[in-house]
Design a protein around this ligand. Structure first.
Ligand code: SOE
Length: 389
């Protein structure tokens, strides 16, 4: 089997996890990384144990040893780097959200489709075995028709007004902050698990912390801010809190709350689907258990155990029950699916069913866009635009 070479552009917080996942596959060469300068890329390459650093992402793209590009740049660079990578004939694995706006996402979706190359967006929570189990159960009708899809994605790393991140700057992070950063994961998961699209939304957005003290450089997610460096006051216009009502194409109703300033909530993503005959609920912070709810019999908890899962989910569980698998294992599952697809040629027919593509990233941008429109219109229902194919 030909050994594939990968390069990574944008060596920030998430880069280490891309590299970790690739290393765990064992059959992909990590060729090199690029950042904002040769100096920063070299420093990060040393820290991450990567053998080569490029002066720019263009140099990385010019290297024939690289077949796959992982784009982990800040959102405002997703479009530029992913487009250039596709034009250079490289398969692309991009961080979420796919781009800074629905329009940019459409451009990327079209470029990937026309290039005939594998295109993946890291909605990594799909990689959990019990998420695939819930999806399989719903597809098989084990819950009856879904009637209510609800949940939350809550964090607290932006609680303190002295924490600042590029994600809050619309020029760098895109028009939405909390919704683009983490609401996007929830919406993707809800659509993936139910197999049904969000068709309309009613959103109320809010900025709990309207002024922040920004240091010279942006905070890494979950990192402690260094208060000794000089600060400047920055006015924040994007949301750090959102409440959204949802309608799905299968008739189900839904409800989502998203926030990043909610003390005590670290990475609290929860999804529950109530069908006419049974319910399922899953929590990211306890990913090895799937709650199964019933009306006329006792509720149960399904432990993640390959032996107890549907065939569609079994491949995403690697250890017996009682040996927890979590965030990084799900991330690895997604990256494993991405490389499986690349080895199969990256055609639409050969894509592993759980793998999120640029088409999904584009759709997701349209959902977030509808939420922004709904709020801007004073809190009225907005239809999610159909993707332009
Ligand atoms: C910060 O909110 C963050 O790292 C997100 O950017 C990730 O996508 C999410 O999975 C965890 O939280």
């Amino acid at each position: 089997m030909k050994k594939l070479g990968m390069g990574l552009v944008g060596p920030g917080f998430i880069a280490a996890h891309h590299l970790d996942a690739v290393r765990r596959l064992g059959n992909v060469d990590i060729v090199g990384i690029a950042g904002s300068s040769l100096e920063s890329a070299s420093k990060r390459a040393r820290e991450l144990g990567v053998g080569h650093a490029y002066a720019s992402y263009r140099d990385l793209l010019a290297d024939p040893a690289i077949h796959v590009v992982h784009n982990t740049t800040p959102n405002h660079l997703h479009r530029e780097v992913s487009l250039a990578a596709l034009r250079a004939g490289k398969h692309v694995i991009s961080d979420k959200p796919l781009a800074s706006s629905a329009e940019e996402s459409r451009e990327l979706f079209e470029a990937a489709r026309d290039a005939g190359l594998a295109n993946v967006v890291t909605f990594n929570y799909r990689g959990h075995a019990l998420i695939q189990q819930a999806r399989s159960m719903i597809a098989k009708g084990k819950l009856g028709a879904p009637v209510f899809v609800h949940g939350r994605y809550l964090q607290d790393w932006l609680t303190d007004e002295s924490t600042y991140t590029w994600r809050l700057d619309p020029k760098l992070g895109g028009a939405s902050s909390a919704l683009g950063d983490i609401g996007s994961h929830w919406c993707d998961l809800a659509e993936h698990v139910t197999g049904s699209r969000i068709t309309a939304v009613l959103a109320d957005l809010h900025t709990v912390v309207p002024v922040r003290q920004a240091p010279a450089s942006s905070a890494k997610a979950f990192a402690k801010q260094d208060r000794s460096v000089q600060q400047r006051a920055v006015k924040i216009t994007s949301e750090d809190l959102a409440s959204v009502l949802l309608r799905f194409e299968n008739g189900a109703r839904g409800c989502l709350v998203v926030g990043q300033v909610l003390p005590g909530h670290k990475n609290d993503l929860r999804l529950e689907v109530n069908g006419r005959t049974a319910s399922v609920a899953w929590q990211q912070e306890q990913p090895n258990q799937l709650w199964l709810g019933h009306h006329a019999q006792a509720n149960t908890v399904l432990e993640r155990d390959p032996a107890r899962l549907d065939p569609a989910a079994r491949g995403y569980a690697h250890l017996p029950a009682g040996h927890p698998e979590a965030w990084s294992d799900a991330f690895r599952n997604l990256i494993a699916d991405a490389y499986t697809w690349i080895r199969r040629g990256g055609t639409p027919e050969t894509r592993p069913a759980a793998l999120p593509t640029f088409a999904d990233g584009y759709r997701n941008s349209l959902v977030i866009d509808a939420m922004l429109r709904s709020h801007a219109a004073g809190g009225v229902w907005q239809n999610v635009d159909e993707p332009i194919a």
